[in-house]
Design a protein around this ligand. Structure first.
Ligand code: GDP
Ligand code: MG
Length: 163
């Protein structure tokens, strides 16, 4: 397994919605022995004739700050270690948050290609927060709407080029 795309980001940005749009066939939820926080979902996808595995990260317990240091960090790091490309998802409706910055630190520790994906850019008006996300320090920010699919082709074109 070498073509692996991991979707990471704080809860509720739309990771699973994007994952569900991408994958043709889902595998069972993996690694859920703790019962709360360690689940990662794997799926198979294809774009422009290139096949790859997508990892959806999630299942975090929210409402506690220190959970970030322990479980989220561990879970995200495991996904990042497996990945060849990282999609770091943020939310145009919410704008840039402290938790996004926490995720950015973890993502930056890994020297792998990172695409910042600004989800919920459903309309031109809603994508106006896009500029904020350049403060995370990555080269490009790609606006998409996982709900409608708009922008998803553009990001996937770039992703599969480097797989
Ligand atoms: P996750 O926690 O990052 O996996 O986020 P989910 O995929 O579960 O989505 C969180 C919420 O955002 C759900 O209510 C989705 O319907 C909604 N959502 C996901 N993608 C979009 C989008 O592109 N536009 C809008 N408006 N809502 C979205
Ligand atoms: Mg999810």
């Amino acid at each position: 397994m070498s073509n692996i795309v991991a979707i990471v980001g704080r809860p509720n940005v739309g990771k699973s919605t994007f994952f569900n749009r991408l994958v043709e066939k889902k595998q069972a939820i993996m690694d859920n022995e703790s019962g709360v926080t360690r689940d990662r979902q794997y799926g198979e996808a294809e774009w422009n004739g290139k096949r790859f595995t997508v990892i959806d990260t999630g299942g975090y317990v929210t409402g506690s700050e220190d959970i970030f240091e322990s479980e989220i960090r561990k879970q995200v790091k495991e996904a990042l270690n497996e990945a060849s490309v990282i999609l770091f998802m943020v939310d145009c409706h919410a704008g840039l948050t402290g938790l996004d910055k926490d995720f950015a630190k973890i993502v930056r520790e890994i020297s792998k290609p990172v695409f910042v994906v600004a989800n919920k850019a459903d309309t031109a008006e809603k994508s106006y927060t896009m500029g904020e996300f350049y403060a995370l320090g990555f080269d490009e920010v790609y606006p998409i709407s996982s709900a409608s699919g708009s922008g998803t082709g553009e990001i996937l074109d770039e992703v599969v080029k480097i797989l």
